[in-house]
Design a binder for this molecule. Structure first.
Ligand SMILES: Nc1nc2c(ncn2[C@@H]2O[C@H](COP(=O)(O)OP(=O)(O)OP(=O)(O)O)[C@@H](O)[C@H]2O)c(=O)[nH]1
Ligand SMILES: [Mg+2]
Length: 398
């Protein structure tokens, strides 16, 4: 599985490099190029610093970003009393190259600001979120300055928006948009007071990431991250919207392309009744990885069920094929493979690929490339459809 993860880093350009390598030196060259890329991709990581005052919701936000309910064994502890005492790394459950760093609240007794900041290596983070639950303080400014000195981007976040909205909604004349605008202005003013002007503040809720400004924050982060880190972050995101699921789908299409290539080059595992060979282990791992990235594995569904407070069964409602959830057996893979080999025979070789049809043309029509590709692409379509249905079930969307 670990090896398979590196293939998620491929971009369309990387796939083109493979083709060039093959054209210049055949299979051996292609394989060498793939190994070279795998070694580079091993070092692609994303480190996110989550900082701010005590009790503002930093740890809650980290759990939400990792798609973990607070009761999960690996979740960051949260609480009404001061909870996070030392800088703690929290790796993403599926993509361990993505790490969220939970800072203890600045200005807490356990975080002697100046001394601790001196010891912190701010250059190790890709970007930082500075979180407040009311207004930003001088301590937040100190963090911002340190990050800037290290050449890192920071984004300001006002958390617990759900709580503010709930409180305000009980009042006469309540208007949600006006309340949000008021909070935004108030936060900007508090930033201006500490000398940070014309900087957006993102209003979010660790308890309800699908609402408020989380999508805008995501876009802002997108604009500062280099390509490989951007892709990694996109795949590590929780499924907060259909747009996120579709974005993951686009990334996974390229992944499938690479996997089909690897399978065509790699070790041949004969499949009973089929006239070609595919690498079953690679295919099985790829399915499991796609399933995890799209939040359909048992653990992710369980976490979602806990987070939204609904039974698992109600999340899975209206999903046509239960194969998309949980364990995937070798027999299921064989069945899917034979199904796609039959589909392949019916559609004939060429136009199966609707993008970058380059690597595909290297291999013969009946090769494992096409079978693997068709099979994984069909599975991806089912996964994506199921992920959208689960999201709708979770939030009662129609
Ligand atoms: N309603 C609501 N409650 C939140 C939200 N974020 C945090 N909380 C609650 O606020 C309290 C503090 O949250 P934590 O995530 O522990 O805050 P923290 O910044 O990590 O706190 P320290 O580690 O002590 O600095 C907890 O009781 C959370 O449940 C939110 O977005 N909405
Ligand atoms: Mg904490």
């Amino acid at each position: 599985m670990d090896q398979i993860r590196y293939y998620t880093h491929y971009s369309a350009t990387d796939v083109k490099d493979l083709v060039a390598a093959y054209q210049h030196g055949g299979m051996a060259n292609l394989q060498g190029e793939m190994e070279k890329k795998a070694n580079t991709f091993k070092n692609v990581s994303l480190n996110v610093a989550i900082m701010g005052g005590s009790g503002v919701g930093k740890s809650t936000l980290i759990n939400a970003l990792r798609g973990l309910d607070v009761n999960h064994a690996d979740a960051a502890p949260t609480g009404v009393v001061e909870t996070t005492m030392k800088l703690t790394p929290y790796p993403h459950p599926t993509l361990p190259n993505v790490t969220y760093w939970d800072f203890p609240g600045v200005a807490s007794i356990n975080f002697p600001v100046k001394q601790s900041l001196k010891q912190t290596n701010f250059s190790q983070y890709d970007f930082g979120l500075i979180v407040c639950a009311e207004r930003f303080s001088e301590h937040d400014k100190l963090l911002a300055t340190k990050m800037k000195e290290a050449g890192k981007s920071i984004f300001f976040v006002r958390s617990k928006i759900d709580q503010s909205i709930q409180n305000e909604s009980r009042k006469h004349g309540y208007n949600k948009e006006k309340v949000l605008e008021g909070i935004r202005e108030y936060c900007s003013k508090s930033l201006a007071t500490i000398g940070i002007k014309d900087t957006p503040v993102f209003l979010i809720s660790g308890e309800d990431m699908d609402n408020y400004d989380f999508n805008d924050l995501k876009s802002a982060l997108d604009s500062i991250l280099p390509e490989k880190k951007k892709d990694l972050f996109a795949m590590a995101l929780p499924n907060t919207s259909i747009a996120v699921i579709k974005m993951k789908e686009e990334r996974l299409k390229i992944f499938i392309h690479v996997i089909a290539t690897v399978s065509a080059i790699g070790g041949a595992v004969p499949i009973p009744g089929l006239s070609f060979a595919c690498d079953l282990a690679i295919i099985l791992s790829s399915l499991l990885l796609m399933q995890q990235i799209l939040g359909l594995d048992n653990a992710s569904i369980q976490n979602l069920a806990r987070t939204v407070g609904k039974p698992r069964a109600s999340l899975l409602r209206n999903v046509k094929d239960s194969f998309v959830f949980g364990e995937i057996s070798k027999d299921q893979v064989l069945m899917l493979l034979s199904r796609s080999s039959m589909a392949l025979a019916l559609t004939a070789a060429e136009p199966i690929l609707d993008f970058i049809p380059i690597v595909g043309s290297i291999f013969g029509a009946a090769s494992s490339f096409w079978v693997t590709h068709t099979m994984l692409k069909d599975a991806l379509e089912e996964f994506v459809e199921a992920a959208c249905t689960v999201l709708k079930n979770a939030h009662n969307l129609v």
